[in-house]
Ligand binder design. Structure first.
Ligand code: SAM
Length: 207
């Protein structure tokens, strides 16, 4: 997976490559799909949600430009796979999931795997997590209609926010930097994520 899907497509970050070699992705997918765990695509993880394609996880992680001392916020814990990859690289990972059953399952697995630097919260991640702000990096793993204001506020100066922005189906992966308090935006590439629901995301199933 790492050679053919990640290094081959140009990911050079050694920290990302090492992290993805280390985290056992098959444990984060449902038992019935384990044989597909290392395929070049996202997979369902229950409750209508998905674990992202391995390359997407690598790309988003690399785009965060992480350092080992960093504190990162992830919105959309899902299976917990992306949280584990982040936890291999940085000091602390806070992650928020709105679906209780997914959060509980991810928490159990991450504990079992020995991750002591991942902290899971249940709630509306579109509001961020003020209690532990500011963050060096914020990663949103669901598609948003716009940049949620609280997330930008909770970024440190020179912090990075990676977020898919667009409609409910198609988005553009977007990198936001906070430079002298100002928002500097860079469009990376087109992508497809499940919707970010909540106050600063999509309001309901039809909007
Ligand atoms: N990062 C996950 C992984 O590694 O498995 C994949 C996340 S999945 C593509 C998107 C997740 O975002 C879903 O689990 C969904 O329930 C969650 N989500 C959507 N809106 C949310 C919100 N406002 N707050 C927290 N989680 C949210």
């Amino acid at each position: 997976m790492v050679e053919e899907q990640i290094v081959f497509r140009g990911i050079k970050s050694q920290q990302v490559i090492s992290a993805m070699l280390k985290v056992p992705r098959h444990l984060f997918v449902p038992l019935s799909l384990r044989y597909e765990a290392y395929g070049d695509y996202p997979l369902p993880v229950g409750e209508g949600q998905t674990i992202s394609q391995p390359y997407m996880v690598a790309e988003m992680t690399a785009d965060l430009e992480l350092k080992s001392e960093d504190k990162v916020l992830e919105i959309g814990t899902g299976s917990g796979y992306q949280s584990a990859v982040l936890a291999e690289i940085v000091k602390k990972v806070f992650t928020i999931e709105k679906i209780v059953s997914l959060a509980n399952k991810a928490e159990l697995l991450l504990q079992k795997l020995g991750y002591k630097n991942v902290f899971i919260e249940v709630g509306d991640g579109s509001q961020g997590l003020q209690a532990h702000a500011p963050y060096d990096g914020i990663l949103v793993t669901a598609g948003a209609p716009q940049i949620p204001e609280p997330l930008f506020k909770q970024l440190k100066e020179e912090g990075r926010l990676i977020i898919p922005i667009g409609d409910r189906i198609f988005q553009t992966l977007t990198k936001v930097k906070k430079i002298k308090g100002k928002l500097i935006k860079e469009k990376l590439f087109d992508c497809m994520f499940v919707p970010l629901l909540g106050t600063y995301g999509w309001r309901n199933g039809s909007e």
